[in-house]
Design a protein around this ligand. Structure first.
Ligand SMILES: NC(=O)c1ccc[n+]([C@@H]2O[C@H](COP(=O)([O-])OP(=O)(O)OC[C@H]3O[C@@H](n4cnc5c(N)ncnc54)[C@H](O)[C@@H]3O)[C@@H](O)[C@H]2O)c1
Length: 433
């Protein structure tokens, strides 16, 4: 049965979820308090890059199933289910900043005319559901009945629509049968396994999942560092480990560390939550440490091939934290660029999609180039920071001719070491022979 849904926060998660729910036949109102974002969306301009999103939004907007507004109260009046998908950015101490969640909860409470189901979709620390419920109770002066539920989102930027439509599982943290029935009905068309828990467990599932995945990445990065010292190839080791079904082959690609708006902040938040409830989750602190060190390792690798960094030129290919997205939040490329610049390195950059967002941060401190070939002009080192497909097949003869020194530091292991070495490049990957 089609439902009237409101999604508060129209970012990577809110917009994709809203478009997908609309595509499944529901009437969706996406709310955001950023006037520029709403104006763009109303004109059919996507504020983010996500494959397939543009067409999906346009199609559902045309069918009248997808609306965009800044007016949260009006959207709450017209919707029976309200998803909160606002940001939960990290505070200086790593804790999640939940002020947006509180603000939205208050507004929802004041606008609800009758029963509403309020669903946390943002990634939030355990016990946030209780605070949301408490806040709504406090500001819901007319004593309207409501339920709070937790439905963490597991989509990945770059494959967000596919992930939303075909999730490995849907987690529903609920307190009442009514909330469970509504959400089960809403997700029925996806035909995916549903895990029903209480709200606390659902909140913990999201933080625990992201922390586990981050741990897997730091683990393989540590193995890569060992391989570097021992002359073994991490690709061979990872293959051998990953074929064990208890471990699995995914997330065993070494690199320059994880980034993005999820892993670094969720890991930090989970460490703080554990601390707050009296448990020292030291294992996760080590995951963070290995991740931070990995960026420094990349700089050291560059230094090991071009000697003094001062006044050298490094071409950084890739700025987004991973391919197929324009998201540069906590992108390792940006940290590495900052470290190199501190050493007096001149930076030339190219990214297929993320340059407009990067300009706002990097400004004139780096030279933005129109393609990889312009980026390597007069350069002492080509550094692969993001494994975009278009970097996998470059014309290496052209690259070598344009560079001052034929040096590649492959932060994502996208090249065959033997092949590029045979072409006359000095090459280092991450844990490769
Ligand atoms: N990005 C991901 O891949 C991903 C995946 C799973 C979960 N999450 C989680 O989902 C949440 C949202 O992440 P995101 O990447 O979509 O963030 P985002 O920054 O892209 O989007 C958040 C949106 O909320 C809006 N907003 C903030 N306060 C508001 C308010 N009071 N009223 C209306 N709108 C408001 C912002 O303007 C912004 O557009 C976070 O908790 C994140 O951890 C993100």
């Amino acid at each position: 049965m089609a439902m009237n849904i409101c999604i508060v926060g129209s970012g990577y998660v809110g917009l994709v979820s809203g478009a997908c729910f609309a595509d499944l036949g529901n009437s969706v109102i996406c709310v955001d308090n950023d006037p520029a974002k709403i104006a763009k969306l109303r004109k059919g301009i996507m504020p983010i890059y996500e494959s397939g999103l543009d067409e999906m939004v346009k199609r559902n907007k045309k069918e009248g199933r997808l609306l965009f507004t800044r007016d949260l109260r009006d959207a709450v009046k017209k919707s029976e289910v309200i998803f909160i998908a606002v940001g939960t950015p990290p505070r200086d101490n790593g804790e999640a900043d939940l002020s947006f969640i509180e603000h939205v909860s208050k507004e929802i409470a004041q606008a609800m005319p009758s029963y509403r189901l309020i669903v946390e979709k943002s990634t939030v620390p355990v016990n946030t559901g209780e605070w949301v419920e408490h806040t709504i109770k406090t500001f819901n002066k007319r004593n309207v009945k409501f339920d709070v539920a937790s439905n963490p989102e597991f989509l990945r930027e770059g494959s967000a629509i596919e992930d939303f439509m075909h999730p490995d599982r849907i987690v529903l943290g609920v307190k009442s049968k009514k909330a469970r029935d509504i959400l089960t009905e809403l997700y029925k068309p996806l035909k995916s396994p549903i895990v029903v828990t209480d709200i606390k467990a659902a909140e913990l599932i999201k933080h625990a999942s992201n922390s586990f995945l981050a741990m897997k990445i730091s683990f393989i990065n540590a193995i890569a560092n060992l391989c570097d010292r021992l002359g073994a190839d991490v690709a061979e080791v990872a293959k051998g480990i990953g074929m064990d079904r208890r471990i699995g082959e995914k997330f065993l690609n070494p690199g320059i560390g994880f980034g993005g708006f999820c892993f670094p902040k969720d890991l930090a938040a989970f460490i703080r939550i554990s601390e707050k409830c009296g448990y020292d989750f030291g294992m996760l602190k080590e995951v963070e440490r290995v991740n931070d060190e990995q960026k420094l390792n990349a700089v050291k690798k560059i230094e090991s091939l071009i000697w003094n960094l001062s006044n050298k030129t490094v071409s950084v290919l890739g700025l987004s934290f991973k391919p197929d997205t324009d998201d540069i939040r906590y992108a390792p490329a940006l940290d590495i660029i900052a470290m190199l610049r501190k050493e007096g390195v001149k930076i030339r950059v190219y990214d297929p999609i993320a340059m407009p967002k990067s300009r706002a941060i990097l400004g004139a401190s780096v030279k933005f180039c129109k393609d990889p070939y312009e980026a390597v002009k007069g350069s002492d080192c080509l550094f692969i920071a993001t494994e975009w497909n278009e970097f996998k097949r470059l014309d290496f003869k052209k690259i070598k001719k344009a560079m001052r020194q034929p040096v590649i530091v492959d932060g994502r292991n996208i090249y065959d070491p033997e092949e590029v070495k045979a072409l006359g490049f000095r090459y280092i990957g991450m844990g490769r022979r």
